[in-house]
Each structure stands twice: as structure tokens, then as C-alpha cells.
Ligand binder design. Structure first.
Ligand SMILES: NC(=O)c1ccc[n+]([C@@H]2O[C@H](COP(=O)([O-])OP(=O)(O)OC[C@H]3O[C@@H](n4cnc5c(N)ncnc54)[C@H](OP(=O)(O)O)[C@@H]3O)[C@@H](O)[C@H]2O)c1
Length: 264
């Protein structure tokens, strides 16, 4: 995996590294010999991860306890990364909730839009000049944005989350168009159901749903960083969402609303 580190350098920054897909990204990057700046709120988790990855791979993991629900979070991350030559940015942290849009607590909705949309947009903006500088020097640079298959079409009863991830898809695709000519790899990951803490946090029962292991999703994403703009990490959901997008929109949304309506 030396080729990967030769391309993206010694240091990656990963948000949402305390669990799920973000932790898997940190593990997969450490296995490729990269140091990781790991961002989340649960610093105890990040410290445990740091110890584990140091012992397993001899890499340094720097825990950064930052709440991405605060609009100045991106600036705090940029400041903390100033002394590091970050060649790969993984903007992964996010959360959602299910249910009728009118039932969502307004403060939670606003926080979600900050975590899922505002901060990733500002984070990318602040890192782009540094990634461009690396690419201009003939070194590689990359940006991963974690969206969701729910960003590919409006999902009833997951309206705000789905809309937030549509923003990430649009942002990531647009940045691919802006940055690919500069030699920067931009890949927007659209996971289908993936093993993580997200379902438990949302109170969603996933017993009947096949979920992919997060480490497989992370490894496959890193393997195709140069094959942007987007990667749907679950073939079944890729086919399902392709079929829905090919249907008349009213039919697709009516069918989805019937399937996703919470059972009371
Ligand atoms: N798992 C899936 O099926 C699936 C499907 C599609 C898309 N996704 C996307 O994948 C990404 C990762 O989610 P996951 O499934 O791995 O869920 P997860 O296990 O709940 O992980 C979410 C991560 O985001 C961090 N995070 C959330 N809110 C934060 C905040 N305010 N400040 C700082 N960090 C915050 C969490 O850290 P702390 O709580 O420690 O702060 C945690 O590390 C998200 O963007 C999610 O929307 C997941």
C-alpha cells in the first residue's frame, strides 16, 4: 500500500472517525500507512482508536474533539490541521432521522443541516488551496465526501436528511468538475445500508435489512478515489435507485412514501 501513501502523502483527515464508516476509513487509511487526524465529539473513542492503530500499524492518530454542529467547526479543524501536510480529506460525519417532516424538532433539523451540509462545504473550501498546492507540486491529493443513496432522489419520511445528502452529492460532483483538471481526486461516496451506529441512534430496526460491513465500504472507496465523481457502494441499492429515477417521478415517490411511512 506504499503507492497509496506515495500519492496522498503521510496525513489524512477524517471526520466522524469515532464509529461506523468514519472509523473504518481511519482503519483502512492506517493500514495503508497514513497518519490520521480523527475528528468527532467522543474523544474517548478517538483515543482508543489511536492506541489500536498505533499498535497495529505504527501510525499516529491525532484525536480532535470538535462538535460539527457548531458553524465555526470547519475553521477549528483547519486551524488544528495547519501544521500537517494533509493530502486526503474525508468529510464523512453526518446523521439523520426518520419520520414525517413536520414532526422533526426544529433545533435537531437545523443541527443536522449544519453537520451534514454547512460544515462539509466550508471544510472542503478551506482545504482546497492546500490540496491544490500539493497537486501543483506533482504530489497527489484527494477529497472524499460521504453522502448517501438517499441523496439520489427525495425520500419521503426522511425528507430533510435526504435533501441534506442531495446537497452533498451536488457539492461533491461539482467539486469533481472543478478539481479534477487540477489533478485532485474527488469522490462522493453514496452508501446504502452499512453497519454503523446510525440505525441505533435513530431507533431504526435494521434486523431485516442486509447491511454491508463498514470496512469493506471504506476500502472500496479508497481503492477508487481516482474514479469519481460518485461511488454507490451497494450494487442492489444502485439498481433500485436507478430504477426509481427511471420511473415517472410521481410513481416513484408514491411507491417510496408507501414503503417508508412509519408504522404506528
Ligand atoms: N450507515 C449507513 O447505512 C449509511 C448510509 C448512507 C449514508 N451514511 C452516512 O455515512 C456517514 C457516517 O455515518 P455512519 O453510518 O458511520 O454512522 P455513525 O456510526 O453514527 O457515525 C457517525 C459519525 O459522525 C460523527 N458525528 C455525528 N454528529 C457529529 C457532530 N455534531 N460533531 C462531530 N461529529 C459528529 C459521530 O461522532 P460523535 O458522535 O462521536 O461526535 C460518528 O463518528 C454519515 O454521513 C451518514 O449520513 C450512512
Amino acid at each position: 500500500m506504499t503507492a497509496f501513501r506515495d500519492r496522498y502523502g503521510r496525513v489524512a483527515m477524517v471526520t466522524g472517525a469515532s464509529s461506523g464508516i468514519g472509523m473504518a476509513f481511519a482503519e483502512a487509511l492506517a493500514a495503508r500507512g497514513m497518519d490520521v487526524i480523527a475528528v468527532a465529539r467522543r474523544v474517548d473513542r478517538l483515543e482508543a482508536l489511536a492506541g489500536r492503530l498505533r499498535d497495529a500499524h505504527g501510525v499516529a492518530v491525532t484525536p480532535l474533539a470538535i462538535d460539527l454542529g457548531q458553524p465555526d467547526a470547519a475553521r477549528a479543524i483547519h486551524d488544528c490541521c495547519a501544521g500537517h501536510d494533509v493530502g486526503l480529506v474525508v468529510s464523512n460525519a453526518g446523521f439523520g432521522f426518520k419520520g414525517a417532516h413536520e414532526d422533526a424538532p426544529p433545533a435537531l433539523l437545523a443541527e443536522m443541516l449544519t453537520v451534514n451540509c454547512t460544515v462539509p462545504s466550508l471544510l472542503a473550501q478551506g482545504f482546497i488551496p492546500r490540496l491544490k498546492a500539493r497537486a501543483a507540486d506533482g504530489r497527489g491529493a484527494g477529497l472524499v465526501m460521504t453522502a448517501s443513496v438517499e441523496g439520489l432522489i427525495g425520500c419521503p419520511y426522511s425528507a430533510a436528511y435526504s435533501a441534506s445528502k442531495a446537497m452533498v452529492v451536488a457539492l461533491g460532483e461539482a467539486l469533481w468538475g472543478e478539481l479534477a483538471p487540477a489533478g485532485i481526486d474527488v469522490l462522493t461516496l453514496c452508501p446504502g445500508p452499512t453497519e454503523s451506529e446510525a440505525a441505533a441512534r435513530q431507533g431504526v430496526d435494521m434486523a431485516a435489512v442486509a447491511q454491508r460491513p463498514a470496512i469493506d465500504v471504506a476500502r472500496e472507496t479508497l481503492d477508487r478515489l481516482d474514479q469519481g465523481p460518485t461511488f454507490v457502494s451497494d450494487a442492489k441499492y444502485q439498481a433500485m435507485f436507478d430504477a426509481m429515477r427511471a420511473m415517472p417521478r410521481r410513481e416513484a415517490l408514491t411507491a417510496m412514501a408507501a414503503g417508508m411511512k412509519p408504522k404506528r
